[in-house]
Design a protein. Structure first.
Length: 277
């Protein structure tokens, strides 16, 4: 049965800056730390993370969300996800101090927050990870939103879906689809991409994880498609065999699991991860 929860706003320090946080209280001994992806504030796109926190805490698990330095209500300079280790560490310390009953913490992040959690886990000391649609495309400008140029993997998926649709051929014949543009797109889709250095760093981090980790994938999301191209490559062969590491997928294009079906799926995945302790 769901329980009534309390929501409170807090602040704590990180490298001399003030970070804002929101705690959804609950009596459970396993808590969830939500790390925002991109440059999103702690409430998430359209309040999605705030809604998720409320639902998870109603199931008995306290949830902490925070704004890293330079984002939202927090002071300082935004150093991007690769500069967020100290922010996450400070949030984790605050969480444990303010919810003393919490013995285990599961950390959840989407996109570049997922990658940061995996990369820095050995210094952060979580008990389990839930990482969604990990970001593996090289960042060009730290502190800026991730570039949106589609990868060859994403282009392949998009064109495969079009080629499976009989209407595509009718549109080609009628001239609604430009054949030259279609051919150019197919050539881009055929490009064999090497894994980025970030993808290889993430591979090494996942390979060396000593805690349970659930990888959550929105199958038709561009970021997830880029990750899956690496996941299915020879570079990730050892990672795919690793015990304690599980890949879970849902057929959606929603990067933030925003549609109603995906919201329920994400909540259930997190509850399952939290309930292992």
């Amino acid at each position: 049965m769901d329980t009534i929860v309390s929501r409170s706003v807090h602040s704590f320090t990180c490298q001399g800056e003030i970070l804002a946080a929101t705690l959804d209280g609950a009596a459970g001994t396993t808590g969830l730390l939500i790390v925002s992806g991109g440059n999103e504030i702690r409430s998430g796109a359209h309040g999605g993370m705030a809604e998720l926190a409320m639902k998870i805490s109603a199931k008995g698990h306290p949830v902490l969300r925070f704004d890293r330095r330079g984002i939202g209500d927090s002071t300082g300079i935004n150093a991007g996800f690769l500069g967020s280790r100290d922010d996450i560490a400070a949030a984790t310390e605050f969480f444990r101090k303010n919810c003393p009953q919490v013995g285990k913490i599961v950390a959840f992040g989407n996109c570049d927050a997922a990658t940061a959690l995996a990369l820095y886990q050995p210094q952060l000391g979580f008990d389990a990870l839930c990482v969604a649609n990990p970001w593996t495309i090289e960042q060009i400008n730290e502190g800026q939103d991730a570039p949106t140029q589609p990868t060859a993997a994403a282009i392949r998926t998009r064109y495969w879906e079009r080629l499976k649709n009989p209407r595509t051929y009718a549109d080609l014949v009628s001239g609604k689809i430009n054949f030259a543009k279609l051919l150019k797109g197919l050539k881009k889709a055929a490009v064999k991409e090497e894994n980025s250095q970030l993808a290889l760093d993430l591979r090494d981090a996942l390979k060396n994880l000593e805690i349970p980790c659930d990888i959550l994938i929105a199958e038709r999301d561009t970021t997830a498609l880029a990750f899956m191209a690496g996941w299915n490559s020879a570079d990730y062969a050892e990672v795919r065999k690793k015990s304690g590491l599980a890949l879970h997928t849902i057929n959606t294009a929603s990067h933030g699991f925003a549609d109603s079906k995906s919201k329920i799926w994400l909540e259930n995945q997190l509850i399952r991860s939290l309930s292992r302790f």
